[in-house]
Design a protein around this ligand. Sequence first.
Ligand code: G3I
Length: 399
Amino acid sequence: MNRGRYLTRRHVLWMSLSCLGCAGTTIAHSEGCSTSLTSSSDRSPTANSLNSELPERFPVSGRSPLRSRASARGLIYGAAASSKLVSDERYAAAFARECGILVPENALKWQALRPSPEVYDFADSDWFAEFARDHDMLFRGHTLVWDKALPDWFEEKVNRRNAEQFLVEHITTVVRHYAGQMHSWDVVNEAVAAERSDRHDGLHSSPWLQFLGKDYIDLAFQVAAEADPETMLVYNDRWLDYDISRDNPQRIAVLNLLEYLKAKGTPVHALGIQAHLNASRYEQFNPEQVRGFLRDVASLGLKILITELDVRDSYVQDTIEVRDRMVARMYEEYLSVVLDEPAVIAVLTWGLSDRYTWLSNFAPRDDGADLRPLPLDRNFNRKLAWNAIARALERAPRR
Ligand code: G3I
């Protein structure tokens, strides 16, 4: 393990300098409820200069779906399912064909499960669990502890005195409800925001941190393990992908957190890497850096899941054909690197079809055109991104 990656005073200094280095960035878009810093390099004015360097085709043999290409290598492929899965038959058919694992995009968040402090409503999430079961898919849970997607009543009801009780009761009830059915749970989501944090450990200032201190993370994992001793417990986070001032300190802080948890005996089994990628950032993807990070995580005895993969084309000013090639190139490059790491066991895209992507709301294009960040287009046809994923899965070393 590369000890030099852990948070030393030198790293703290470097993290501070990184923050200074991004003083010129502008807050341009929101990611979920959290704000993303988008630097000017996100917004490539035109991709034409890249056109000749882009692969034109991403040839794939056969028609077999991603789920079987993945399982042939001992891997799992699947996607986040939006609520439209209930009503859109074409979407449901494509999902059943391509996916070996399903994670509800929103149905297991507090906002969805907790209409009031006393009530748990599992109707929607149970529907997803049944869909997964009926189509021979694994089912995974997202997410038990996050400071976003909280119900309106949360702010009024939860405070320093009762936060632990709320946390423990929520995790116990929800994890027990699905005990024996869950492949894995994102127990804690996005606890780190290193570039913006004023703490030496890079932790994000959430109500959980304010009310309970850093060990809310350990507590959440302990309670989840007690409620379902068989499921895989995942720490899930973002901004781990690029060689940029947002992601470099994030990798260090996440690694430090994982080491802290392992040293404490916290029952954390895997790291979930969200991997919300950006077609305009291809040049800022540094394979050796990411390989080193994955190796360090694996050396802690952890598995790794790519949990929310997509490639936004919000800032590429070019034809659909070029945008698709740029998106596919980012998918193939990223996956060929991460799938080389044996600890990586699963890849999930954050959505399956461009018809239903969170990015339409959160990072729309200036020209109003539809985004094309996912493997299937709006009509559920496979596109180059699908080919790129299929190729990377097929070339992955067998697990
Ligand atoms: O359910 C209400 C609906 O009743 C209402 O009519 C509608 C009107 O806007 O809003 C609906 O809720 C929205 C929900 O998505 C379902 O569409 C919320 O406002 C909206 O905030 C929510 O956004 C989700 C976001 O997380 C926050 O929970 C996105 O769909 C979802 O893709 C996104 O996912 C996150 C992961 O959980 C964590 N990692 C980042 C990722 C992307 O931000």
